[in-house]
Design a protein around this ligand. Structure first.
Ligand code: HXC
Length: 510
């Protein structure tokens, strides 16, 4: 018995060392924490319970039988984040570069299965060199099993991936099927094939950072939902994100205490929209003044900035905010903005998070690059996503709601439950200039006539009243009372029940 206890002590101590002191030091020198240090920061103090610390690989090719490391390059288990259960796996770069073997994959699968069974979120921390080369097809099989579980769990429990080092080859596709990907600036990169393969195949010379660094994926590809300065900030922000998320699609949204009164009045909002309809303003101010304590966790902040998406709370309960941003491209909907918002809307609907939509949109972006790039399909994604929602939808039109974009942005017609407009709202097929130039083409040479026609159009159509007369807008509200009206609408909608016809699944325009 004593021997076993002694053995346990030694074996446990060995598991804590990962690939050994030298490799841990190298990891620190690169500005990265180890897998265990990361888990410590992510979880509530002392709450982490590890699984499979003694698991070793069973490979024998290339002398692998002589290099067994307990844990096999991934630390897995569960713990709590602010008291709520969360599962985690963290790739250990100090062991075979965090590469995935058959047994390493089995450890991840066990955690995925547990998270799904117990309906709790799962967080993957990535820092790895892809498939364990010495294991060949056994590693590929392992990836496939992990991918399949990602898909089965999609829409059941939240899945979050944090890229904290290299993430290449097979390692990129599991994150890609999770709900959110975050990266660490300067120390992480993601690509299917690395710079060497790129050089061989396409003759392009790129660095890892240029090919798949945090800047590329948060601003150009949109693959990552955000990037943080370092490991510590990333993990603390993931804790913050988890506080917004339901444990599963069945759990309901978390509710946290708040001292922010729901009927807080914000007089400054009365002057948020400038007199000049072409002058921009920051829609994030409206989001912050509507959310409890101004707390807003933005998703995909640096990508398609013409639309803003993220989580906040109203009356202590999570809501998803979607808002056109007049500060960027006048808030127009383009392909990137449409697919960014569509994905966010679908996440919220899948997990029963109500949506609050602020609308100031001049329409869809015209042009060959948009049309050739599939604007029709991408715009349809957002239209589809909102139309599909069964969660409460509260919409506030602050200024422009023109053309097809009016319909798309959670209008009454596609399922908006409560649709408000500020007095500054202009709900129309298009702006005055474009409209007059089309319907009064014959008058174009006559400046006086055009000016009179424009005024006539503005007075008739560029107000909330035409839509309100038809009941497309439920009420014209004062900007300063937006939080109170949104909060009351959400409270009224808590018992919303919406049915859809039975089907196998829909056919989202991908
Ligand atoms: C086995 C690996 C490994 C791997 C790294 N190591 N990647 N061992 N399988 N895939 C080992 C290294 O041999 C080294 O061991 C240690 O980890 C640290 O690696 P370094 O190369 O010294 O580190 P660094 O210079 O930081 O470079 C990191 C790296 C590089 C960029 C990730 O190691 C690399 O390019 N690795 C290979 C990437 C790759 O091609 N993976 C296969 C992808 S194919 P020692 O003992 O020397 O310290 C794939 C297919 C799956 O994943 C598809 C499924 C759909």
């Amino acid at each position: 018995m004593t021997d076993i206890n002694e053995q346990l002590k030694h074996r446990r101590a060995a598991t804590l060392k990962g690939g050994g002191d030298a490799r841990i030091e190298a990891q620190h020198k690169r500005g990265k924490l180890t897998a265990r240090e990361r888990i410590e920061l992510l979880m509530d103090k002392g709450s982490f319970e590890e699984f499979d610390a003694f698991v070793q690989h069973r490979a024998t090719d290339f002398g692998m039988e002589k290099t067994k490391v307990p844990g096999d390059g991934v630390v897995t288990g569960w713990g709590t984040v602010n008291g709520r259960q969360v599962f985690v796996f963290a790739k250990d770069f100090t062991v075979f570069g965090g590469s995935l073997s058959e047994t390493h994959a089995q450890k991840i699968m066990k955690i995925q299965d547990m998270a799904l069974k117990t309906r709790a979120p799962i967080v993957g921390l990535f820092d790895a060199g892809g498939a364990r080369i010495q294991e060949g097809v056994a590693a590929l099989g392992g990836y496939g099993e992990v991918f399949k579980r990602n898909v089965i769990a999609s829409g059941v429990i939240p899945q979050i991936s944090v890229i904290m080092g290299p993430c290449a080859g097979g390692d990129v596709y599991s994150p890609a099927m999770t709900d959110f990907i975050f990266m660490v600036k300067d120390t992480s990169y993601m690509f299917v094939t690395g710079p060497d393969v790129v050089k061989t195949v396409t003759n392009e010379t790129v660095t890892a950072e240029e090919l798949g660094g945090a800047r590329v994926h948060t601003t150009r590809s949109g693959v990552a939902d955000g990037a943080f300065e370092n490991d510590v900030e990333a993990l603390l922000q993931i804790r913050r994100l988890l506080d917004f998320l339901p444990a599963s699609y069945e759990s309901g949204v978390p509710e946290w205490p708040t001292r922010d009164e729901i009927d807080r009045i914000e007089p400054s909002l009365d002057s948020l929209v400038p007199q000049n309809a072409n002058q921009p303003y920051d829609i994030k101010e409206l989001i912050q003044k509507t959310a409890d304590e101004g707390d807003f966790f933005e998703i995909n902040e640096a990508f398609a900035k013409n639309i803003v998406t993220g989580f906040g709370r109203v009356a202590g309960r999570t809501v998803g905010f979607v808002a056109n941003q007049p500060m960027v491209l006048a808030g127009v909907l383009d392909s990137d903005a449409s697919r960014k918002a569509a994905r966010f809307v679908r996440f919220c609907d899948a997990f029963n998070i109500p949506l609050v939509t602020f609308v100031d949109v001049p329409g869809f972006l015209p042009g060959t690059s948009q049309e050739y790039g599939g604007l029709i399909k991408h715009g349809a994604k957002l239209l589809f996503a909102y139309s599909q929602c069964t969660v409460p939808l509260v919409t506030v039109i602050t200024r422009k709601a023109y053309g097809g974009a009016y319909d798309v942005m959670a209008s009454k017609h596609i399922g908006g439950d409560v649709n408000y407009a500020w007095p500054s709202a202009q709900i129309a097929v298009m702006g005055a200039k474009g409209a007059v130039e089309i319907i009064f083409r014959a008058d174009i040479g006559d400046a006086e006539k055009i000016s009179a026609r424009t005024k006539e159009y503005e007075e008739r159509f560029l107000s909330p009243f035409v839509a309100a007369e038809r009941g497309y807008i439920d009420e014209v509200i004062e900007p300063h009372e937006t939080r109170r009206r949104v909060a009351r609408a959400l409270a009224m909608l808590r018992t919303k029940h919406a049915e859809r016809p039975r089907k196998k699944h829909d056919n989202l325009p991908l």
